[in-house]
Design a protein around this ligand. Structure first.
Ligand code: PEP
Ligand code: MN
Length: 337
């Protein structure tokens, strides 16, 4: 971090700030210019906030030169991280495509869909059992029963399974049934949940919050990693903007941005971004073209009767067609599908 002091700052004030920083175990290099003195703060500055220094009337400007996250940063980990989810590699050459319904509804639905998405080339199956619904009167999911249906169907078809956790008291249960534990957009900044997920080693799929900046999202990943769990996969799922035509606005620029800032794999969810089934295929293709490591796509046999998110769900045949259409795009982006 760099702290520029105003012209005329008394030496005693510069010494006081230096002392505060040195007490925190940081090194301070002082450069005296003709008008200004600039303090270069060296060491782990992730616990400092430049704004705290700018409250001092003698400070002209304080700014970071290093991102506030360390473990998620590419600076200290130049190679791409590949996360192993039940034998499926996420972040490598092969795209990881997760498919399945928004919510687990019935045993037959799950078994049929598991076979369909597997035959189409999906590498994992999704299905929500604990649903974060905006209205308390909407279908809330089948809870433990749904978790077991997902596990049975996915594993029966040889697919690792992904499902969303909403509270820390369910971690033990999720560790047994799920291969990848999803933290949904609404819980991206549930810091107590993130800290608890940092204590396990099961891979975590961390969706971007509804209005989260890329920095806030990477700091959420840092919470999990700081606890000791390095197995984090990021998921861009659209952000809130002024546009209402789509459910959210898919921030495709987040993919190359995250790739530059972090070594963690990043996948894209075109279903929750668009909210419209016919937009899922073009957005999925765009995501692969900009370098996403994978996709998570909602698929349902009968979207008209889906208990959640039918409007954005692809029928199995359309999903299979999309998987074919992704192949040349994946190849052009140096990937396999
Ligand atoms: C989901 O994947 O089912 C979901 C609720 O997504 P998000 O958290 O991105 O809204
Ligand atoms: Mn959904």
């Amino acid at each position: 971090m760099i702290i520029a002091m105003r012209p005329g700052t008394p030496d005693s004030e510069i010494c006081r700030i230096r002392h505060i920083l040195e007490e925190k175990g940081l090194r301070v290099d002082t450069s005296m210019g003709q008008h200004m003195t600039v303090l270069g703060v060296l060491g782990d500055t992730s616990g400092l906030n430049p704004k705290d220094f700018e409250g001092n009337p003698w400070v002209e400007k304080a700014a970071r030169v290093q991102e506030p996250y360390k473990r998620a940063s590419r600076l200290f980990h130049p190679d791409d991280t590949v996360v192993d989810v039940g034998g499926v590699k996420v972040g490598g050459k092969k795209l990881a495509v997760i498919a399945g319904p928004c919510s687990v509804e019935t045993r037959d639905q799950m078994k049929e869909l598991a076979e369909d998405v597997k035959d189409a080339g999906a590498s994992m199956m999704r299905g929500g059992a604990f649903k974060p619904r905006t209205s308390p009167y909407s279908f809330q999911g089948l809870h433990e029963e749904g978790l077991h249906m997902l596990e049975e169907a996915g594993h029966g078809a040889g697919l690792p399974v992904v499902t969303e956790i909403m509270s820390a008291d369910k971690i033990e249960e999720f560790e047994k049934s799920a291969d990848l534990i999803q933290v949904g957009a609404r819980n991206m900044q549930n810091f107590e949940l993130l800290k608890e997920l940092g204590k396990i080693r099961k891979p975590i799929l961390l969706k971007r919050g509804l209005s989260a900046t890329i920095e806030e999202w990477l700091l959420a990943a840092e919470y999990i990693m700081a606890g000791g769990n390095p197995n984090v996969i990021l998921c861009e799922r659209g952000i809130r903007t002024f546009e209402t035509y789509t459910r959210n606005t898919l921030d495709l620029s987040a993919v190359p941005a995250v790739k530059k800032l972090s070594h963690l794999p990043v996948i894209v969810d075109p279903s929750h971004a668009a909210g419209l089934w016919w937009m899922v295929a073009p957005l999925a293709k765009a995501a692969v073209a900009v370098g996403a490591d994978g996709l998570i796509i909602e698929v349902h046999q009968d979207p008209d009767h889906a208990l959640c998110d039918g409007a954005q769900s692809l029928k199995p045949k359309k999903f299979a067609r999309l998987m074919e259409e992704l192949k040349p795009i994946a190849a052009a982006a140096g990937r396999e599908c």
